[in-house]
Design a protein around this ligand. Structure first.
Ligand code: NAD
Length: 370
């Protein structure tokens, strides 16, 4: 170990929550602890929060009184998944995940996708390097704003409304964030996705705001797509895309498609960012609780490893994040992967392989000590 004192210390709230969430978060904490050890330039303090559907069933609440204030003391949140077979999904989602994202104004949801070395895409013609996207999802309003209601329950004339909210401030800040994201990537190319032919109010506002914001980014090329046509372009011409921005609902769906096209939903990460940095940001794999494989020890931890690497980048530890991802990809390249990626390793075997690989990555390129 380096004798040089560590000066960068981050406090991480971990919350595995439900299903395979605790399995993949625990695996990621193991990998992060090893990373801290071999890097030697920064420290991570973990505090575990046991908020989950079990807590909800026992106490009637996912988040205890004063919980958000506790969470706010941390630099970042590493989250697993929420959702249980015996709790309606809208209760669990609004009770925990959205109950953190919304008050913490984590308005930018960032979802990178790529085909890992040693893995294959279900697309016949796409190989490693051919699909390398970042989907930016509006994360605070739109179709998931929570506006609407139900009346005349149980009658044939029962009515329900789900109102999508698009505010100029909400649209402008996410489109600006997406242009900034595209600008930082080598291709400097953004695709703005809407449904502005059929949805003639909110989606037309998106198109107008995109044209206005684009003027501030003359070095970023951009184009527009309708969401239905976008699904075809993602499948038929993945190389034509780079950074993508879309509404809460559209990007939610497109990013699951993106993950599947890259090989598995088990590899894809999400960052829920408060770009103002007034609140901690929350990092999670895009997958859910996966009831069908919970407790079997076979969940793919790679999506949460990548999530943890994105968290480190947000905290300013880019070098360590890059090395962590190099270790993860070296492991997939050697064919050590879970069943969803075509392999036969379990969660622990993949985790142990990444931990061992970290030693090798650091030996071959020693970390720059501060
Ligand atoms: N952010 C979240 O917390 C979040 C996201 C999506 C779904 N959910 C919740 O999760 C529950 C189950 O939802 P779902 O079935 O629609 O989606 P899911 O992502 O949990 O599972 C879909 C399929 O993908 C597989 N899968 C998912 N993650 C995997 C991994 N890491 N390794 C291997 N295979 C994996 C599952 O086994 C399943 O066959 C629901 O309660 C839902 O509301 C939560």
């Amino acid at each position: 170990m380096s004798p040089i004192a560590v000066s960068r210390k981050y406090s991480i709230a971990t919350m595995g929550a439900d299903g395979i969430g605790p399995e993949v978060v625990d695996a990621s904490v193991e990998v992060l602890k090893k990373l801290v050890q071999v890097d030697g330039g920064f420290e991570l303090d973990f505090e575990n929060f046991d908020w989950s559907s079990e807590t909800y069933k026992k106490t009637g609440k996912y988040i205890p009184d004063g919980g958000l204030e506790q969470l706010k003391k941390h630099d970042a949140i590493l989250f697993g998944a929420v959702g249980a077979p015996d709790v309606p999904d809208h209760i669990s989602l609004w009770g925990l995940r959205l109950a953190i994202c919304q008050p913490f104004q984590q308005y930018a949801n960032v979802r990178p996708t790529k085909i890992f070395r040693g893995t294959s895409s279900p697309l016949r013609k796409a190989e490693h390097g051919d699909l390398d996207w970042v989907i930016v999802r509006e994360n605070s309003e739109g179709e998931y704003a929570g506006q609407g209601g139900r009346s005349h329950r149980g009658h044939p004339w029962e009515t329900a409304t789900e109102v999508a909210i698009f505010s100029r401030v909400g649209v402008e800040r996410i489109i600006r964030f997406a242009f900034e994201t595209a600008q930082k990537r080598p291709r400097k190319f953004l695709t703005v996705v809407t449904k502005s032919n059929a949805q003639r109010n909110g989606m037309v506002l998106w198109d107008e705001v995109a044209s206005e914001v684009a003027k501030d980014f003359p070095d970023v090329k951009w184009d527009k797509m309708l969401v239905d046509a976008m699904t075809c372009r993602m499948v038929l011409d993945p190389k034509s895309l780079d950074t993508i921005v879309a509404t809460n609902l559209h990007a939610d769906i497109l990013s699951d498609l993106a993950a599947a096209l890259a090989g598995s939903i088990g590899i894809a990460p999400t960052s829920n960012l408060d770009p103002t940095r007034q609140n901690p940001s929350m990092f999670e794999p895009i997958h859910g609780s996966a009831f069908d494989i919970t407790g079997k020890g076979v969940a793919n931890p790679v999506g949460t490893f990548w999530t943890a690497a994105e968290m480190l980048i947000w905290l300013g530890e880019e070098d360590a994040a890059r090395k962590m991802m190099e270790a993860v990809e070296n492991v997939t390249e050697r064919g050590i992967s879970t069943k969803d990626l075509g392999g036969n390793a379990n969660t622990k075997e993949v985790t142990d392989a990444v931990i061992q690989e970290l030693e090798k990555v650091y030996l071959s390129t020693p970390a720059k000590k501060i």
